[in-house]
Design a protein around this ligand. Structure first.
Ligand code: LRH
Ligand code: MN
Length: 426
């Protein structure tokens, strides 16, 4: 399934005039406040988010999984689906593979297909939270932290294999998320588990090519429900520092206990030059992996405010890896991802409207009310015409969901793939 340029132009025709009116109206009011509208549109055009290869089919929980017809059943079809997302949104120009769920069968062919669709290979993810068939050792009691040297070595070797796979595809980062932890008090010696993890990560780090990054993802709980070795940003930061300059923390928005101040975590990690990237999603309770911006859009905006400040003031922090990590229990996976991409662009655009100089001045004055007025003035601006203009300029759809539906993408995928194909992943 490939969407042609002329098909997108046709779907844009009906919205073109109303878009132009809305864009001109917004631009005129923003220009009056001294905002450089074109630079915001260009930043939105350049902002590419990696699509998780494990979230192109229906997700599920232990209580059940309700399949979605026409799911991709191999990596080639997953890249095709990301191609559909990218042609409509022009902001999905990368994929993050999860190994072994998505080991390429033909590296040259998959690179050629991705190149043709302008899709880059972002961070590759290792998987030492599931036992592979015929594996010598089990990860039931952990992987890099396991008390068994043989288990740790198997997990280290897997991560080194994942780096090799990513290297053949042009990826430049390894994401390590560990389920390692315990379900009951007394089950683990916290120090032994942490030190084993540090030593194991250092062995993996030694296998990292010079121009690569290691992204250490933290999570407070699940699948272990009493302790998790890499439970929070502090543990991730200590482990990254213990490895070296190429190791960074990875912030998955769903991996925080209720009411955590994620924007403050993001701000300080940038100050320390140790923020490596994001797994964007949203949540109400736990690691719900819901559509980005569907539950706490203001929190996402506040995170992007810190990111915009950091990108302007923290040259010590590297370019960030922007990735989605979501799971689709009730929505069409592609529509869900389109909505997430829109929410990320919207939060970024609103944050770019913040007058950082005026905010800094008000902060120095302790003019608390003015600080909030500056933030909420930006947040309350409907920036959707800027997003649509960026897509239009890049050859995308003014309204991606409308275009996805009017082009009957899902029914065409079902015709091509049948009803009962199942995508690998969560
Ligand atoms: C763990 C996680 C991690 C992935 C997995 C699919 O909850 O966020 O990033 O490996 O989801
Ligand atoms: Mn994640």
């Amino acid at each position: 399934m490939k969407i042609k340029q002329n098909q997108i132009q046709d779907t844009n025709k009906i919205n073109l005039q109303s878009h132009q009116e809305k864009f001109d109206f917004l631009s005129n009011s923003l220009i009056k406040t001294g905002t450089d509208v074109q630079s915001i549109v260009n930043k939105l055009k350049d902002f590419q988010v990696a699509i998780p290869s494990w979230a192109l089919g229906a997700g599920g929980t232990r209580f059940g999984r309700f399949g979605f017809y026409g799911e991709p059943s191999n990596l080639e079809e997953k890249i095709d689906d990301i191609g559909v997302l990218h042609s409509l949104t022009q902001t999905a120009g990368a994929v993050s593979l999860h190994i072994p769920w998505d080991i390429p069968s033909d590296y040259a062919a998959i690179k050629e297909k991705a190149d043709a669709l302008s899709i880059k290979f972002d961070a590759v993810n290792s998987n030492t939270f599931q036992d592979q068939k015929d594996a010598a050792e089990s990860y039931k009691y952990g992987s890099l932290s396991n008390t068994s040297k043989a288990v740790r070595e198997q997990a280290i070797q897997h991560n080194l294999d994942v780096i090799k796979i990513g290297d053949k595809l042009g990826s430049k980062a390894l994401t390590v998320w560990l389920a390692d932890g315990s379900c009951f008090p007394g089950q683990n010696n916290f120090q032994t588990a942490f030190q084993n993890t540090q030593d194991s990560l250092i062995d993996i780090y030694k296998g990292l090519p010079d121009d690569w990054k290691m992204l250490v993802e933290y999570k407070p709980y699940e699948p272990n429900f009493y302790s998790t070795v890499i439970q929070d940003w502090g543990a991730s930061l200590m482990l990254a520092n213990g490895c070296g300059d190429k190791a960074y923390t990875l912030v998955d928005l769903g991996h925080h206990l209720p009411n955590s101040n994620i924007e403050q975590i993001v701000s300080i990690l940038q100050l320390k030059g140790k923020l490596g990237g994001f797994h964007f999603n949203d949540s109400k309770y736990g690691d719900d992996d819901l559509t980005v911006g569907s539950i706490k859009p203001y929190a996402l905006f506040l995170i992007f405010n810190e990111l915009v400040y950091g990108m302007e003031n923290n040259p010590q922090n590297p370019d960030l890896a922007w990735m989605i990590d979501a799971s689709h229990n009730v929505k069409d996976p592609l529509e869900d991802l389109i909505q997430s991409l829109e929410a990320i662009q919207e939060a970024y655009a609103k944050a770019l409207l913040i007058d950082q100089k005026a905010l800094k001045a008000a902060q120095l004055e302790n003019d608390v009310v003015k600080c909030q007025e500056i933030l909420q003035g930006a947040y309350r601006t409907d920036v959707r015409p800027l997003l649509a203009e960026a897509r239009l300029k890049a050859g995308g759809a003014l309204s991606p969901i409308e275009a996805y539906r009017s082009l009957n993408v899902r029914s065409q995928l079902i015709t091509e793939r049948g009803k009962h194909t199942v995508a690998t992943g969560l």
